[in-house]
Design a protein around this ligand. Structure first.
Ligand code: ADP
Length: 713
């Protein structure tokens, strides 16, 4: 048994890989874009939050210090204070004044460390002496200075002029002030709010040794190798008294081993006095990474979920791909097996058909030969029996016997004539224009006169005015054969009946149906009734040639005969014939339309027969019996519409000729007539190398129908 090899599945493996890559790229881009979006949004939100905190701390500070400034007005308006000042101014005795200031200072507890009186240049004249002495460490400004006590504690010196000679100072403890205005503000783990004097002096800071130092200079001294450019630029900006937000690189100074990180700082001034430089820079500082941490964690979670989803998706895609692959492989296998099956079936059918035709051909040849020989033998029998009858005319008994010999010989001659009719190929030459209705009616009348009395017969032909090219003798024979069979089938019935009905079908075809209510035909006989010599009749009653002749005549008239039968109920034989409408167009329509046909057939008889038939159909036929000549013709000429090639050709050149035709004749249809069907032929037909094939012996109607199909759009 032939081994079935399946074509390798040409599965595009790059497809799932590309799909997975595309998903990864798209997923990556999506996550990145979401992340960037969220980050910028989050940074923006945090910056606004920091600025709000800085503003809130600045506002607290302004209120806090504002209350001490208000106290100045109360002090200056107090008559005790005025008296004290007056006494001091006149006598230098500060007892009264200090008494008053002590009382006030006591009321403000620790927040105002001391209240001092200076001259207009700031030289200390007198005052409470709880925490002093103080040293001014900030650059001199209008109403706001920074002083440091001998114990290193920082104080804000808020001042107000008392009169043209003196200024009054409240020494506000910076640490307490910070506790009350900003220490409680929470900016993450690392963030903080801090104050600087408008000249850059650090007032509060998580790193304590920076307190009291210049914001830049102090750091430069503490961290000589550190990168401080961005911090310095920020401090310079803050010293101008503006408000702003800045992302910059700096350090967490209170760490043991500070490293360069990114910070976000919002700053705003808290205005305390009346001069332009009278402000404290309030900064809210946060760690960029700390702010981003929740976002990063969120995005990481989303990313992780997306990765898991993508992995699931990829697994699903791979699974789907495998399923589709498996399915298409099964489909391919199935279709291949189906194809193989139908090829084998086609081969089996064509072999059967071939065997059938071969059998018929052998029978035809044999019977043709026998008929010829018998015909020759019958001639002297008929002649001598006639002569004997003549000579024995006086002797009645012998005369009858001679006459019997003569009648039997005449009957035998008729049978032989029928056999010869089947194999005769030149029926067409006797064709002429016929009125179908007249021809058939004449034959029916003839049959009517010969019918058994008990049988009823009627006809309705509705074929008036329809003409065709044909032989009236042969058509008459068809009608008589069918009627004779019907009479035979109904002969045992009392109500035996034959009905003949004619009608015109679409496409200019005449249909004549012969229906009887006779014995019917057994299903197993139906296939064989058109075979020559098939008969169910008793010896002497039938030859088995009637239907074979009917079929042969119908084919030569481009028509057909078919049968339907119910055993015990009856049979209908249906004839189909092509018809024209008027006597003026007796020729059947030609299908050739002047198409050029190249015919390559090694058998000269067959070539002549096919060429003749095609020419009658209007084709221009170039006929060759040698493939070399046909190939030369193909090389030198164009415009071949149809190439009919016999297969196999000796030397296998038929195949070359078909290829040459395909290459040199654009749009050519290739039809192969073949002695046998093999795998290659079926494959070539399927692949379109050839357009079709017919199994020999080629029947003309079959050939013409096939050609018509090839050229039908
Ligand atoms: P023959 O009539 O000599 O037998 P045919 O070729 O005319 O040869 O018919 C072949 C066979 O077909 C007949 O023997 C018969 O069995 C069957 N047959 C033909 N016509 C009919 C019919 N009208 N009803 C029943 N059987 C029929």
């Amino acid at each position: 048994m032939e081994k079935i090899t399946l074509r390798k599945a040409n599965a595009p493996i790059w497809l799932p890989v590309a799909l997975v890559c595309a998903v990864l790229v798209v997923g990556g881009l999506l996550v990145t874009s979401i992340y960037l979006n969220l980050r910028s949004q989050s940074v923006g939100d945090q910056e606004q939050l920091l600025l709000a905190l800085a503003r809130s701390a600045a506002s607290n500070l302004e209120n806090y210090l504002g209350s001490y400034q208000k106290d100045f007005s109360v002090i200056k308006a107090s008559s005790d204070f005025q008296r004290g000042i007056k006494t001091y101014q006149e006598s230098g005795d500060d007892t009264l004044l200090l008494e008053y200031l002590d009382t006030y200072n006591y009321a403000t507890e620790d927040y105002v460390a001391d209240i001092l009186l200076t001259d207009q240049e700031g030289n200390l004249l007198t005052g409470t002496k709880r925490y002093g002495p103080y040293e001014v460490i900030s650059s001199p400004t209008g109403d706001l200075a920074v002083a440091q006590s001998s114990r290193g504690r920082l104080y804000l010196a808020i001042s107000t002029p008392v009169n043209q000679y003196y200024r009054l100072y409240s020494m506000v403890d910076v640490a307490y002030m910070y506790d009350d205005t900003a220490a409680f503000m929470d900016i993450g783990e690392l963030g903080y709010v801090a104050y600087k004097h408008s000249d850059g002096l650090v007032l509060t800071h998580p790193r304590h040794d920076l307190v009291g130092e210049d914001a830049i200079q102090g750091r430069r001294e503490l961290y000589p190798d550190f990168y401080l450019d961005e911090v310095a630029a920020l401090v310079e900006e803050q010293k101008t008294g503006g408000e702003g937000i800045c992302t910059y690189r700096s350090y967490w100074w209170d760490e043991r081993d500070p490293r360069l990180i990114t910070k976000i700082c919002a700053y705003t001034p808290a205005r305390i006095g009346s001069e332009p430089d009278d402000f404290i820079i309030v900064t809210a500082v946060a760690d960029y990474d700390e702010i981003m941490a929740p976002l990063n964690r969120g995005v990481f979670s989303i990313g992780a979920v997306m990765v898991v989803m993508m992995i699931c998706f990829c697994l699903l895609a791979i699974q789907l791909y495998n399923t589709i692959q498996g399915k298409s492989r099964v489909e391919r296998e199935n279709s291949y097996l189906r194809e193989l099956n139908s090829t084998l079936e086609e081969m089996r059918r064509s072999e059967e058909k071939l065997q059938h035709f071969q059998r018929l051909e052998i029978i035809g040849t044999l019977t043709g030969g026998i008929a010829h020989e018998l015909g020759n033998l019958l001639t002297p029998i008929m002649a001598y029996s006639a002569m004997m009858a003549d000579e024995l005319s006086g002797r009645e008994e012998l005369y009858d016997e001679a006459q019997e010999i003569y009648s039997a010989a005449v009957k035998a001659k008729e049978v032989i004539q029928q056999i010869t009719d089947i194999s005769r190929k030149d029926r067409e030459t006797a064709f002429r224009d016929l009125d179908l209705s007249e021809t058939v009616e004449a034959a029916l009348k003839m049959a009517f006169s010969a019918k058994p009395k008990a049988v009823s017969m009627e006809w309705d032909l509705a074929l008036e005015g329809r003409h065709m090219l044909g032989s009236d003798t042969q058509l008459c024979q068809v009608v008589l054969n069918l009627c004779t069979n019907a009479f035979h089938a109904v002969k045992d019935r009392e109500d035996g009946r034959l009905t003949v009905k004619g009608q015109i079908l679409p496409g200019d075809r005449a249909q004549i149906a012969f229906t009887d209510n006779g014995t019917g035909i057994q299903p197993h006989n139906l296939e064989r009734i058109f075979d020559p010599f098939f008969t169910t009749k008793r010896t002497g009653e039938g030859t088995g040639l009637g239907l074979s002749i009917v079929q042969s005549i119908m084919e030569s008239h481009q028509g057909s005969v078919s049968v339907e039968s119910q055993p015990g109920e009856g049979t209908t034989f249906t004839l189909i014939l092509p018809v024209g409408s008027a006597r003026t167009s007796p020729e059947p329509p030609k299908a050739g339309e002047d198409r050029r046909v190249l015919l390559l057939e090694e058998d000269p008889r067959m070539a002549r027969m096919l060429a003749g038939a095609l020419q009658r159909e209007g084709y221009q036929v170039e006929s060759f019996t040698r493939s070399q000549e046909a190939m030369n013709y193909l090389r030198q000429n164009k415009g071949v519409a149809l190439f009919i090639c016999s297969y196999p050709m000796s030397h296998g050149e038929g195949r070359l000729a078909t290829l040459l035709a395909r290459n040199t004749q654009p749009g050519v249809r290739i039809l192969v007539t073949t002695g046998f069907v093999d795998r290659e032929l079926v494959e070539n037909s399927r692949k379109g190398v050839i357009d079709g094939f017919l199994v020999k012996p080629v029947q003309l109607p079959e050939l013409l129908e096939k050609i018509r199909q090839l050229f039908s759009p």
